[in-house]
Ligand binder design. Structure first.
Ligand code: ATP
Ligand code: MG
Length: 378
C-alpha cells in the first residue's frame, strides 16, 4: 500500500498543511518541537484510530480551534481509499471513507496499515504490562478490525462489573459503620457479570495469544539475525486466568474458576482483579526476563526484532506491505542494526522517518529519499 498524501487541518500544531509523498522513503527533518512526531501521529491515527501518545481527542485539536481534521489518500491493491478523521475539542469524533460518513469503526480500519517505531517503544520491554497489551491490541485492530468491538465489549463489561463491586464494597462499609442504606444491592447480580466477563475476556485473550504465537517465531528469527544468534529470545503470552488450551469453553471455565478463587479479594478491593486486563506478555533472553535484566542494547534489539516481525506479519496476513513510521529511532541504532532495518525495508515498505539531523544517516538512507523540512507546523 502507498500513502499518496496527507492533509492536516487544525491538528496539533498544524493550521493547514498538505503533504504529498512521492518516494518510498520520506525523511522528515526538523528541530525539536516543530511537528515531526505530530505528523506521524496523524498517520497512526488513520491506521488504528488510536494515538500512542494520548487517549484524549481534545489534545489533538489545534489550541484555539474547536475541531481538527486528518485526511489521506491511500493506494491499495483493490483501489484507492480516501480516509477522513474529524476530531473535536468536545463531542465525538467522526470518520469517513471516500467522503461517505461511517458509523462503524471497523469499516474504516484496515484501509491503512502502519507499524510505528519510536523511542517510546522501548517501553514495550521495560514498561508496565499495560504498554505490552496495548501494543498487541494495536496490531490486532489492524489485522482484524472487528477486534475493536471485541475489546470495547470487554472494557464495558469490566466497567460495569467494577461499578457493581464498588457499590457492594460501599454497602458493606456502610453496614459496618451502622450507616443505613436506602436500597440493598443484590449480590447475585455479580454472577451474571462473571459470565459476561468470562465470555468477553475469553474472546480477547485467545486472540491476543494467537497473534503472539504467529508473531513470536518471526521475531525470534529477526532476533537471531540481529544479535548474531548469540542469544535466544522467547516470547510468551501469560494469561492472568492461566488457561492453556485455546478452546472457548475451557478458557471461559478458567475465568470462572479464577474469579471464584479471588472472590473475597474482589469484595475487599471493590474491583475486578481477575481477567484479560491483567494479562502479561513475557520476553526472555536466554531465560532471563528482558524487562529487568536486558541491557539497553539488548532491549533495543528486541524491540527492533518485534517491529520487523510486525511488518512481516501484517504483510503476510493483509497481503500488502504496511507503512513503517520511524520516529527518531534511527540515530539510536548502531550501524549494524541500521543496516538490518534498511535491508528489510528495501523498496517494499513505504517508510516515513523523522530526524533532527539528516547527517546522522548513512548515505544509503538518503539516496532516493524525499526530504521534507518542518518548521513550526509548516
Ligand atoms: P522532537 O524532535 O522534540 O521530537 P517534534 O518535531 O517531534 O519534536 P512534536 O511532538 O511533533 O515535535 O510537537 C511539536 C509541537 O506541537 C510542540 O511544541 C507542542 O507543544 C505542539 N502541540 C502539541 N499539541 C498541540 C495542540 N493541540 N495545539 C497546538 N500545538 C500543539
Ligand atoms: Mg518527536
Amino acid at each position: 500500500m502507498y500513502l499518496k498524501n496527507l492533509h492536516l487541518r487544525s491538528f496539533r500544531n498544524y493550521i493547514e498543511q498538505q503533504v504529498n509523498f512521492n518516494r518510498q522513503k520520506t525523511i522528515i527533518v526538523g528541530n525539536n518541537a516543530q511537528g515531526k512526531s505530530n505528523l506521524l501521529e496523524a498517520v497512526e491515527l488513520l491506521a488504528t484510530l488510536k494515538s500512542h501518545r494520548t487517549i484524549r481527542d481534545r489534545e489533538l485539536v489545534l489550541d484555539g480551534s474547536n475541531a481538527g481534521q486528518i485526511s489521506a489518500t491511500v493506494k491499495r491493491a483493490y483501489g484507492t481509499a480516501e480516509l477522513t478523521l474529524t476530531l473535536r475539542k468536545q463531542g465525538k469524533r467522526t470518520i469517513a471513507l471516500n467522503k461517505e460518513p461511517l458509523r462503524r469503526q471497523i469499516e474504516f480500519l484496515g484501509n491503512l496499515n502502519a507499524v510505528q517505531f519510536s523511542s517510546l517503544d522501548l517501553d514495550l520491554v521495560r514498561g508496565a504490562p499495560e504498554s505490552r497489551r496495548s501494543w498487541i491490541d494495536g496490531l490486532l485492530i489492524q489485522l482484524e478490525p472487528v477486534y475493536v468491538h471485541i475489546l470495547q465489549q470487554y472494557n464495558q463489561v469490566l466497567r460495569q462489573r467494577n461499578a457493581l463491586l464498588k457499590a457492594i464494597r460501599k454497602q458493606e462499609q456502610d453496614r459496618k459503620s451502622d450507616i443505613s442504606t436506602t436500597k440493598t444491592i443484590d449480590k447475585t447480580q455479580l454472577f451474571l457479570w462473571d459470565e459476561q466477563l468470562a465470555a468477553a475476556g475469553s474472546r480477547v485473550t485467545r486472540r491476543r495469544a494467537r497473534v503472539l504465537n504467529r508473531l513470536a517465531p518471526i521475531a525470534q528469527k529477526w532476533h537471531d539475525r540481529i544479535s548474531g544468534k548469540t542469544e535466544t529470545l522467547t516470547i510468551t503470552y501469560a494469561p492472568n486466568v492461566g488457561w492453556t488450551e485455546d478452546i472457548p469453553e475451557k478458557v471461559q471455565q478458567a475465568f470462572l474458576e479464577k474469579i471464584e478463587q479471588r472472590r473475597i479479594a474482589e469484595y475487599h478491593q471493590g474491583k475486578t482483579v481477575v481477567g484479560t486486563h491483567r494479562d502479561e506478555i513475557e520476553f526472555t533472553i536466554d531465560d532471563t526476563p528482558a524487562r529487568y535484566y536486558g541491557s539497553q542494547g539488548q532491549q533495543r534489539t528486541l524491540v527492533l526484532a518485534l517491529k520487523l516481525a510486525e511488518l512481516k506479519l501484517i504483510e503476510e496476513i493483509i497481503g500488502e506491505p504496511p507503512l513503517l513510521l520511524l520516529d527518531d529511532v534511527l540515530a539510536e541504532l548502531d550501524p549494524h542494526r541500521q543496516n538490518q532495518l534498511l535491508e528489510t525495508i528495501g523498496d517494499r515498505f513505504q517508510t516515513l522517518i523523522t530526524t533532527t539531523h539528516i547527517n546522522s544517516f548513512n548515505d544509503l538512507w538518503i539516496k532516493d529519499a524525499q526530504i521534507l523540512t518542518i518548521n513550526q507546523g509548516k
